[in-house]
Design a protein around this ligand. Structure first.
Ligand code: AMP
Length: 281
């Protein structure tokens, strides 16, 4: 497995492979890898010849400097996991390489109204930062396909809107959410959960599963209220949002007959903010 710290060295590696018609997949990550990330690598291997994983903790998508500072960076562990998974190359630039003029580089594109809903409401400017770095990574790798997790449902929508904006010919493949045995969605942030937080964190998957299991039983409003009531009286858990939304617009669902419906949740568990979702249909 090759490691690249500069765009130039990555380009030099990829150029001859592309010239011989090898298909390249990009798996963008912020590191602190777990089985969810590795599932993206595995799915990439089914869809391309050469797999590049990027590890970059992108400063422009963090709205809370403390969150950026404490983001885990176990690089040796990450590289061992990627080598084990058969990843071909790792792109791990520093901030200077991606933002030569400083991380306050101007960037603003129209991502549609969904940018301002849900995560966008709680993390102002988050998706401008996400699309900014993903565009830079796409420019550096020029992949045929790129893998993203359903775990970040809204992010996938934003990336697709960014691709449409720039008319980039890259296929996006969305990978299912990988969970711990008890239902908690895997996340790099889970290591910050104390034992009691870890127990409390199960409320996210349980409330989502409730919606899936009882979708036909209750009207939408009641279903959402019942799911929200899971969060009542749990010390140390603070619900940011729980919504049953249209999967294309992320606006609250108006009817059960809408084609794409998804339940999405974000909550602070202890000092760790977690997100999760389940697709209803
Ligand atoms: P991150 O390193 O958290 O930015 O995530 C990198 C990619 O892995 C994103 O596309 C995430 O949606 C995806 N991902 C994160 N957690 C999971 C999970 N539990 N299952 C599947 N994909 C995931």
């Amino acid at each position: 497995m090759e490691i690249f710290k500069t765009k130039a060295s990555l380009h030099a590696f990829l150029q001859p492979l592309k010239a011989s018609a090898k298909k390249v997949a990009l798996v963008p990550t912020m590191g602190a890898l777990h089985s969810g990330h590795i599932s993206l690598i595995k799915l990439a291997q089914q869809n391309a010849d050469i797999i590049i994983c990027s590890i970059f903790v992108n400063p422009t998508q963090f709205t809370d400097p403390k969150d950026l500072e404490k983001y885990p960076r176990p690089i040796e562990h990450d590289l061992a996991m990627l080598a084990d998974a058969g990843c071909n190359g790792v792109f791990m630039p520093n901030v200077e390489e991606m933002y030569p003029g400083g991380a306050d580089e101007a960037w603003h594109i129209d991502l549609g109204n969904a940018e301002f809903l849900l995560e966008g409401e709680f993390r102002k400017g988050h998706y401008q930062g996400v699309t900014q770095i993903v565009k830079k990574l796409f420019d550096a790798v020029e992949p045929d396909v790129a893998m993203f997790g359903q775990k970040d449902f809204q992010q996938v929508l934003m990336i697709k809107n960014m691709l449409a904006h720039f008319k980039l010919p890259i296929k996006i493949i969305v990978c299912p959410i990988i969970r711990e045995d008890d239902g908690l969605a895997m996340s790099s942030r889970n290591i910050h959960l104390s034992p009691i937080d870890r127990k409390n964190s199960l409320v996210l998957s349980k409330s989502l599963q409730f919606v899936i299991d009882h979708f036909n039983e209750y009207p939408l409003v009641e279903l959402e209220e019942k799911a929200k009531s899971f969060y009542n009286n749990i010390d140390g858990v603070e619900l940011d949002y729980f919504t049953i939304a249209n999967g294309d617009t992320l606006e609250p669902a108006k009817s059960k007959d809408e084609e794409n419906l998804v339940a999405l949740v974000a909550a602070k568990v202890g000092s760790t903010r977690l997100i999760d979702n389940m697709i209803i249909k």
